[in-house]
Design a protein around this ligand. Structure first.
Ligand code: URA
Length: 238
């Protein structure tokens, strides 16, 4: 059983405040009966909810896009350091939220935070081919052989073999900016791929997961709840 106002707000189309106002104004019916108690608890799998007379699909889980700043760790909790979960505003907070995949402390950009373990597992498993897109700023100009090695699947310094990555040089020059798409998430993978090719990553940002780009309106440290359509852009599960 979960709170009605939270479940409706999890859909990402209405803010918690808007939901509370709708409930107060009698616009929300639970199994055909107007419910003005915003703390009312329901079983999301076994209830029919309408908002202003329209059937409303309740979501059991929440999916949050965070624009991660530098200096924050991608963990559910940490005794000493600030975590990505600490950046989730109180109104979006739920039990069991965790980051679906880790970015290094100094990597910025799109972190998906959810309480849906199966979805997280599915988008992280290389078998499901959900691409993660990064922009990597490099310490040195990039050579054709280096691009080729990484594109074909490079072997890291410790012998770990990477799957082929898709690369596109976005800015050439002394400190090129390269778009990198990978479907796996080995430890420090992008930094180690470029290191194995004789270069170094000096800045790294994740800009997309699947087909869902990081929202440019989110400033570093800000979050938003994703709508069902946005979640489908990450991975469409029929
Ligand atoms: N690859 C890295 O090296 N670091 C990250 O944070 C993500 C991918």
């Amino acid at each position: 059983m979960e709170r009605l106002d939270k479940l409706i707000a999890n859909s990402g189309t209405l803010s918690r405040k808007e939901v509370q106002k709708l409930i107060k104004n009698g616009a929300v019916k639970v199994n055909g009966i107007i419910t003005k108690d915003r703390g009312f608890c329901v079983d999301p799998d076994n209830v029919s909810v309408t908002v202003n007379g329209e059937e409303f699909l309740l979501r059991k889980y929440v999916y949050i896009m965070l624009n991660k700043p530098e200096g924050v760790v991608s963990a559910a909790r940490d005794d000493k350091e600030k975590t990505v979960i600490d950046l989730v505003p109180q109104e979006y907070k739920k039990k069991n939220l965790f980051p679906a995949g880790r970015l290094d402390r100094n990597t910025t950009g799109f972190v998906l935070i959810t309480d849906d373990g199966d979805f997280a597992h599915n988008i992280l498993s290389p078998k499901n081919h959900v691409e993660k897109t990064y922009e990597a700023r490099l310490a040195e100009s990039i050579t054709e052989p280096a691009l080729q090695k990484i594109s074909e699947g490079i072997t890291l310094g410790d012998g770990t073999e990477c799957l082929p990555a898709k690369l596109k040089v976005l800015e050439d020059g002394e400190n090129p900016l390269v778009e990198v798409k990978i479907c796996e998430g080995k430890y420090h993978q992008i930094k180690r791929m470029f290191a194995a090719a004789g270069n170094a990553v000096i800045e790294l940002k994740r800009v997309k997961i699947g087909d869902l780009p990081l929202d440019e309106n989110l400033r570093a440290g800000e979050c938003k709840i994703l709508s069902q359509d946005e979640v489908k852009l990450i991975r469409d599960i029929k």
